[in-house]
Design a protein around this ligand. Structure first.
Ligand SMILES: [Mg+2]
Length: 123
């Protein structure tokens, strides 16, 4: 089976680079965007299996991107990676809105994220 196609949307360049440096050498097709708006264009164009998404970004934030992608590209699974923490309220809302999973930033385990990506892509 082909490795899942991933798009990562996050305004932190170093974080995006870290994801790229982990997934690309492992054979994943990973493309990145630093803003919600360019991320949406990329998702429309590439129709990835999985979108890794930040919550807090300048311009269109992750919340809004989630809503747009759910109607525009419903087959792409969306996994949030965010440092934002309000006792789980936002995470609960994101999952209810259709996010596949939420991870805390900084990530404690890239391997765990990879396993979740594989599971999401195979559903
Ligand atoms: Mg951010």
């Amino acid at each position: 089976m082909n490795k899942p196609r991933i798009i990562a949307i996050d305004d932190e360049a170093e974080f995006i680079d870290m994801l790229k440096n982990y997934f690309a050498p492992r054979g994943y097709d990973i493309e990145v965007a630093l803003r919600g708006a360019s991320g949406i264009e990329l998702v429309k164009d590439k129709k990835p299996d999985v979108v890794l998404m930040d919550l807090k970004m300048p311009g269109i934030d992750g919340d809004e991107v989630l809503k747009l992608l759910k109607s525009m590209q419903p087959s792409s699974k969306i996994i949030f990676i965010t440092a934002y923490d309000d006792g789980g309220k936002t995470k609960e809302r994101l999952l209810k809105t259709g996010a596949y999973a939420c991870f805390d930033k900084p990530l404690s385990s890239l391997r765990e994220l990879e396993e979740t990506i594989l599971r999401a892509a195979n559903e």
